[in-house]
Design a protein around this ligand. Structure first.
Ligand SMILES: Cc1ncc(COP(=O)(O)O)c(C=O)c1O
Length: 401
């Protein structure tokens, strides 16, 4: 059946709730770090569907695992055992140091679960601790709980009232954090590298303050690693690079390599306060999701992908810093591993459009930031090809500014 791009767009305009402002491209196929549109046009993907396609597109091992699982058993619900949840939980425990996993289907659900488990912990202990401390510029998702700890007014305003007792403190301001956290604080929630907020790694002084605030007051720490976790920064989790010891960690995005799967990772102290029926999910941790995630983690750890990210990431960083020095519109380069943001002196949208015109996919976040989240399998040569195109796109916009 032949479907033109115009047909696709017309049908969406008629039948799909208009919550996304899409770029006018219809992708139909991918291979490795490349995407192909409906007219056969080839693009270099430096975004991985916002940090999801960690193994790139149409990865043969992942495709085989998914197909095999589909022909065996996809789903039975959490009323019964299946062999893969425990295996995946064990992998995640080894990677994170947090021994228990709750599976769900997205990043927002993982954050939601962490918030509920933090509440449950204090409820079990019989202490009234209503407050959550979150950071300015944070993004944790769009469900009511995760939106309540997301800072951006633009996302929040149409949906108030949200959870009460959430306080936002400026990111990387140790004093502000230390004075905000008290014995009424149930938990601090933070992205070790803020993603949607403009790719902002927490400083080590701020991470130190988080650790100090938690040990002084007993407040729990929730590290939201939905975007920064699972090898993205060259570490299993960026909290480890910062020397943080979270009680709860949310993961999603890269975990399934494109199959929707999220998880809350939980330490034993919090886990011991959770009872049967406290939380649940029909799909959470089904066989398909677990099989895909096991394949991703095998590549990440057994396949040496994490070391690869650290190596290629250093090269990407050098190139980005050299590029920034030649474009007056680039104010700052921030990130780690294969998670980078170029803070511009202006709106980033024209640069993103110019990049698309030059057949490289990046996106805009926090208005003035060009964000790069390439597939973790990207080679140095492929990164150079993409960065050459981005360099030219910066020139297209900057030279005409
Ligand atoms: C740090 C962080 N947490 C949570 C989420 C929400 O994840 P999802 O869109 O899978 O619900 C995102 C999504 O961008 C994120 O970056």
């Amino acid at each position: 059946m032949q479907t033109t791009v115009d047909d696709v767009q017309a049908r969406e305009a008629r039948y799909i709730l208009q919550t996304y402002r899409r770029a006018p491209i219809t992708f139909v196929r991918g291979k490795g770090v490349r995407l192909y549109d409906a007219d056969g046009g080839e693009y270099l993907d430096l975004l991985s569907g916002i940090g999801v396609a960690s193994l790139g597109h149409a990865h043969p091992g992942l495709a085989r695992a998914i197909a095999d699982q589909a022909q065996t058993l996809l789903h039975t619900s959490n009323l019964f055992y299946h062999p893969l949840q425990g295996q995946l939980g064990e992998h995640l425990a080894n990677l994170s140091g947090l021994p228990r996993t709750f599976f769900c289907n997205s990043g927002a659900e993982a954050v939601e679960a962490c918030l509920k488990f933090a509440r449950r912990y204090w409820y079990t202990r019989g202490e009234r601790r209503p407050e959550i401390i979150a950071l300015e510029k944070s993004f944790h998702g769009r469900t009511f709980g995760s939106l309540s700890v997301t800072a951006d007014e633009h996302y929040r305003a149409p949906f108030v009232p949200l959870l009460s007792d959430v306080r936002f403190v400026p990111v990387n301001d140790p004093e502000a954090l230390l004075s905000a956290v008290s014995r009424s604080t149930a938990a601090i929630i933070a992205e070790p590298v803020q993603g949607e907020g403009g790719v902002r790694p927490l400083t080590s002084a701020f991470a130190h303050a988080i650790g100090e605030a938690c040990s002084k007051t007993g407040a729990l720490l929730i590290a939201d690693e939905v975007q920064s976790g699972l090898g993205r920064t060259g570490y299993p989790f960026y909290f480890a690079a910062l020397g943080l010891r979270p009680d709860l960690v949310s993961v999603g995005k890269a975990l399934g390599g494109g199959v929707p799967v999220g998880a809350a990772l939980i330490n034993e102290e919090v886990a011991s306060t959770i009872s049967f029926g406290d939380h649940g999910s029909t799909y959470g941790g089904n066989l398909l999701a677990c099989r895909a995630a096991l394949c991703v983690l095998d590549e990440l750890v057994g396949g040496g992908l994490m070391a690869h990210v650290a190596r290629v990431g250093r090269h990407v960083e050098q190139r980005l810093r050299a590029m920034a020095a030649t474009h007056a519109i680039v104010k700052e380069v921030r990130g780690a591993g294969l998670m980078w943001g170029l803070e511009l002196t202006r709106d980033a949208a024209p640069v993103v459009q110019a990049a698309v015109a030059r057949r490289v996919i990046v996106n805009r976040t926090a208005e003035t930031v060009v964000r790069l989240l390439p597939p973790l399998i990207i080679t140095g040569a492929e990164a150079d090809e993409g960065l050459d195109r981005l360099d030219a796109a910066l020139g297209d916009v900057g030279d005409n500014a």
